[in-house]
Design a protein around this ligand. Structure first.
Ligand code: ATP
Ligand code: MG
Length: 149
């Protein structure tokens, strides 16, 4: 599905809506330029999962694990930001393995284009962000029918 987002709140809301499609074990792969809205979207996902901690891009550590306060099937959100990753195989050395495609975990990856060949084929939501102008973003979500319905 293609969406046009007119402001950050709309992008955050799309992230929230996607959560209704999650059962645990999914990978959400976000791609797109600097400032295109990936972290804003991630905040929506985290909020809808009940995470109250402030979500910031885990730039230096590359990933951060959030425990879901009132867990259902999903107990963890693993937020990964690969902006600083130089070699795709370095992903294997980050220590994420334990949470990768785990049934009780959702992995959300910013700059997922950097590890294309390591992305799972199953339970994958691919979310592409494009900057149209200052406050408008084109957002394409593959792997799910309309998240708004
Ligand atoms: N429609 C929109 N959707 C999302 N963000 C928007 C929108 N319009 C303006 N913005 C602004 O664009 C910026 C998006 O920043 P964000 O950190 O989410 O980008 P990012 O894709 O994560 O970038 P980076 O690659 O640096 O991590 C924010 O400052 C936000 O307020
Ligand atoms: Mg970001």
């Amino acid at each position: 599905m293609k969406y046009s987002s007119k402001n950050a709140q709309e992008t955050e809301k799309l992230g929230k809506k996607l959560v209704s499609k999650l059962r645990g074990g999914e990978t959400i792969a976000l791609t797109g330029d600097l400032g295109s809205g990936k972290t804003v979207f991630a905040k929506g996902v985290a909020k809808a999962l009940g995470i109250r901690k402030k979500i910031t891009s885990p730039t230096f550590v590359l990933w951060r694990l959030y425990q879901i306060p009132k867990p259902g099937r999903i107990k963890y959100l693993c937020h990964i930001d690969l902006y600083r990753l130089t070699q795709s195989q370095d992903i294997l050395a980050l220590g994420i393995n334990e949470y990768w495609q785990r049934k009780d975990t959702v992995c959300l990856i910013e700059w997922a284009e950097k590890i294309k060949r390591f992305l799972p084929r199953k339970n994958l939501f691919l979310v592409k962000f494009e900057i149209s102008d200052l406050n408008t973003r084109k957002i394409i979500i593959d792997g799910v029918s309309d998240v708004r319905s």
